[in-house]
Design a protein around this ligand. Structure first.
Ligand code: UD1
Length: 358
């Protein structure tokens, strides 16, 4: 049986690169598309390397053992470039798209709303239009728990109301969910999964790929990792007066490898169907900022300095998933715990202190 071709936009990015690995080891061909504006072509080479290592270690699907790894193709293309994207789709049939490409810095999105709306929304419109022209109507979208806003109660199930986003980045996720839902309403051949991620952290256990933010990180774990490696002085804990057990913000951190496997599970479940399905990808466990700092201390083997600061604007107290739907529908469940996530983040950061730069 021939392998299915999956096109991954943002395939060189943090979640994209880990998903490419899981697709290859599950028996898919991968067409990675990325403009490399916030990622490195090195990530693609390392994906190739990891997939080969996994094959040699026997940690691959039956079909891969029998037939070998699928192809990994890479195109440096911006999804706003309709002509270039059309050429990529013309080179082979595309069975499904996993759509990660987009700007993702919350603070920057407040400064540059037009750039964020243009890039994330118009990029998605262009992608979907090209897909439609090539008869591909299966798409997995990289959404976010940010669409739940400040939740009325936790854990969050998929039926929780969508609330106002607090920044343009969040609105682009919110709006793209609506656009993809409307596509299905207009043409019921569309097959859409809206995967709402909680807080993806960690790195591939090989230490070859991981998160490589440009400049000073906005998110907690990349920041803690740079403190651990000596690039930054101390962790700033945003808020110690939240109504949570230790007063700091609580989030549902999920290992990026688990998250990547959730995408493969979604694709497998979507086969032969159509519709729109919203699915949370989280662990169901909430951890505080201090829990994360302490887990990272255990991982790197030293105390990490931190300073309590006022709350960060737009942050909420507590947010974690009810992951029941993903388990019952997709048969997928997160396997790694916070200690493992921090070990793998540290392994990546300590072996690549400057990310992909070296
Ligand atoms: C953030 C975004 C969210 C996005 C997600 C992507 C905001 C308000 N939300 O989620 O829309 O989908 O990233 O990964 O930015 N913290 C510190 N010190 C730091 C950084 C963070 O104490 O230097 C705290 C925060 O207050 C929060 C927790 O750590 O309680 C996690 O923060 P972060 O990693 O930025 O993720 P979110 O804010 O949950």
């Amino acid at each position: 049986m021939s392998k299915k071709n999956i096109l991954v936009t943002g395939g060189a990015g943090f979640i994209g690169s880990h998903t490419c690995v899981e697709l290859l080891t599950a028996g898919y061909n991968v067409i990675a598309v990325d403009d490399l504006s916030n990622s490195s072509a090195q990530a693609i080479e390392r994906v190739r390397q990891i997939a080969q290592m996994e094959l040699e270690a026997g940690r691959v699907a039956e079909v891969v053992r029998a037939q070998g790894l699928g192809k990994l193709m890479f195109h440096q293309v911006n999804i706003l470039d309709r002509v270039a994207l059309d050429q990529v789709f013309s080179q082979q049939p595309v069975d499904a798209v996993i759509h990660f490409a987009g700007f993702k810095a919350v603070g920057e999105s407040v400064e540059k709303p037009l750039e964020y709306y243009h890039n994330n929304l118009t990029g998605t419109f262009t992608l979907c239009d090209v897909m439609r022209e090539h008869g591909c109507r299966t798409i997995v979208f990289s959404s976010s728990a940010t669409v739940y806003g400040d939740p009325d109660c936790v854990p969050l199930t998929e039926v929780a109301q969508k609330k106002n986003a607090t920044n343009p980045y969040g609105w682009t996720k919110w709006m793209i969910e609506q656009v993809l839902t409307d596509l299905y309403t207009a043409d019921d051949r569309w097959n859409v999964a809206l995967l709402r991620y909680f807080n993806p952290i960690g790195a591939h256990p090989s230490g070859l790929i991981g998160e490589d933010p440009k400049g000073i990180p906005n998110n907690l774990v990349p920041y803690v990792a740079q403190v651990a490696v000596g690039r930054l002085d101390h962790v700033r804990v945003f808020g110690s007066d939240y109504p949570t057990p230790d007063g700091t913000g609580v989030r549902d951190y999920i290992h990026v490898v688990d998250l990547a496997r959730g995408h493969v599970a979604a694709l497998q479940w979507m086969e032969g169907r159509s519709g729109v399905e919203v699915i949370n990808l989280g662990t169901g466990t909430g951890s505080s900022v201090l829990d994360v700092i302490h887990a990272f201390e255990r991982a790197c083997g030293r105390a990490l300095p931190y300073v309590m600061m006022p709350r960060r604007a737009g942050d909420i107290a507590e947010n974690y998933a009810d992951p029941t739907k993903a388990r019952t529908l997709l048969g997928w469940e997160a396997e790694y715990d916070l200690d493992q996530m921090c070990r793998d983040s540290w392994n990546w950061q300590s072996h690549n202190p400057n990310g992909y730069e070296d």
